[in-house]
Structure formats: C-alpha cells, structure tokens
Write a protein that binds this ligand. Structure first.
Ligand code: KIV
Length: 277
C-alpha cells in the first residue's frame, strides 16, 4: 500500500503529537520515485543540487531555471511525498515583490507543495508578505549555505551564548512571520532543543541533534554517493557509490571477457539476410 501524502497541517499535528518524521533530498525522477517508495515523508529539491548534481563549489550559482528543471521531475516521481522547492540565491533577497513573484513561479511551474528560503529576522518582513498572500513558506536558519562565506564557511552555528540567542530570536521572528516549519542546520544539540521548545512550529534539524521534530539529510550524503566529503552530522545508512563502482567494473570486465552479453540478453531469432546488391 502506498503511503499517504503528508499535508502542511500534518507538520504541526505531528509535532503536537510527538510523532517524528524524516526528510531527504532528491533532484531527479528516479531518486524521487525511490524515496516515494520509502516511508520518508518529505523531499527537498534543495539548491544543494548545485554541488551534488552540477559539481559547483557552492549553492550560489544555482538559478530559478535550474530549480524548476529539477523540481518538475521530482514532483512527477513522488506523488505520495510532500515536496519542498528551494528558492535559489538572488531570487528573493531583493524585495518582497521579487520573493512573491519567484515563489509563485516555483509553485505554479512545478506544482511543488511549498517553498523554502534561507534567513532569520532579516528575512521576516519578506516572509510575512509572502505568507500574507498565501504562499506556504518553510524557513531555514543556522548554517545557511547561500551565505556560508559570510558565516566563515560550512561551520557549526550558535556555538556561543550570543549566537544561540540570536538563532532563537531568528526562529521566533520566522514563526511570527508565518512559516509553517523551520529547517535548522548545524547547531549544538542544546540549541536545537532550545529552539524546538521556543517555537510552536516544528523544527526540521540537519545536524541539530535529536530534540527536534524531524531529521533532514541529503540523500547522496546518507547513502554515501557523493564522494569523500562528509559533514560530522551525516550518518551513512548505505554505501551506494561503492556498489555502483563494483557494478560498473563488473560490466566492464564481462564486456572485455565476452561473458556479457550471454544468450539470455540477446535476441536469438535467426533471420535470413538477403545478399547485398
Ligand atoms: O539545499 C539543501 O539541500 C538544503 C538542506 C541542506 C537543508 O537546504
């Protein structure tokens, strides 16, 4: 039996009931359809696709066109999974009008279920304008990859009393602006717990410890597909890269030895071929 698609209202319901849920990424039809077959409730088509799919050094170069191109096949491949479309760098920072226009474009052109954007109290006025016109917005604070350069790189955030307080204030500002959930990335466990207790909406933690409603991981990280880079908070639940390389090498070896293709992989019909004129 296929799973029931989660709704926006379920986010709050699950938190209130103390029911945990899980959230991963997908950027293409095949991966989305695999996640759809799993029990995972939410897929993020993150701008991390810039690094994971396109080989960039950061997420900053990802465009609206890139996002739309990747969100569409994910929506198609995962009809029973809640799909989050990430807003890329430069698509919402200029003005609330720009943010509303691009969020509407992502929703209308891909049919994803909500948008996500990075930023705390600084983005709250924009998010308020978006939620006021009915756009479902997921927030994202802590390590925000689009501004990683300003944060001194891909580093833990909220590691000082002032830093932790600022993150709590950011979370409260986002909640007041109307987000229905908040991604919290790369913070000490106690900060994850404090933020989860400070806000009513669910906190979706990626490297934020166990005391949050939902755990988020990038699929290619948790299945060990991406390569050698592995943040501390990533547990690898499978080793797909190793499996793929082994499979590809087996194909190569059997091609060279002639073991492939054996008769069961061939069209063995005899055809009398007339002489060529
Ligand atoms: O783009 C992304 O994959 C993200 C996650 C790190 C939460 O924003």
């Amino acid at each position: 039996m296929s799973k029931q698609k989660m709704t926006i209202l379920d986010f709050q319901k699950y938190k209130d009931e103390g029911r945990k849920f899980a959230y991963c990424t997908a950027y293409d039809y095949t991966t989305a359809s695999i996640v759809n077959e799993s029990e995972i409730e939410i897929i993020l088509v993150g701008d991390s696709l810039g690094m994971v799919m396109l080989g960039y050094d950061s997420t900053v170069g990802v465009t609206m066109e890139d996002m739309i191109h990747h969100i569409r096949p994910v929506v198609k491949g995962a009809p029973n999974t809640f799909i989050v479309g990430d807003m890329p760098f430069g698509s919402y920072q200029e003005s609330p009008e720009q943010a509303i226009r691009n969020a509407c474009r992502l929703l209308a052109e891909t049919n994803c279920d909500c948008v996500k954007l990075e930023g705390g109290a600084n983005m709250a006025p924009t998010i308020k304008r978006m939620t006021d016109v009915g756009i479902p917005v997921m927030g994202h604070i802590g390590l925000t990859p689009q501004s990683a350069t300003n944060l001194g790189g891909f580093k833990m955030q909220g590691g000082t009393p002032e830093g932790a307080k600022k993150l709590i204030q950011d979370a409260l500002a986002l909640e007041a602006a109307g987000v229905f959930s908040i991604v919290l990335e790369c913070v000490p466990n106690c900060v994850g717990k404090a933020i989860s207790e400070a806000v009513h909406v669910p906190v979706l933690g990626i490297g934020a410890g166990p005391d949050v409603a939902c755990q988020v991981l990038i699929t290619q990280d948790m299945l060990d597909m991406y390569g050698d880079f592995k943040p501390k908070f990533v547990k690898q639940f499978a080793h797909i890269r190793r499996e793929m390389v082994a499979g590809l090498n087996q194909f190569h070896a059997e091609t060279l030895s002639g073991a492939f293709p054996s008769p069961e992989f061939c069209y063995n019909k005899e055809v009398e071929i007339p002489p060529l004129e």
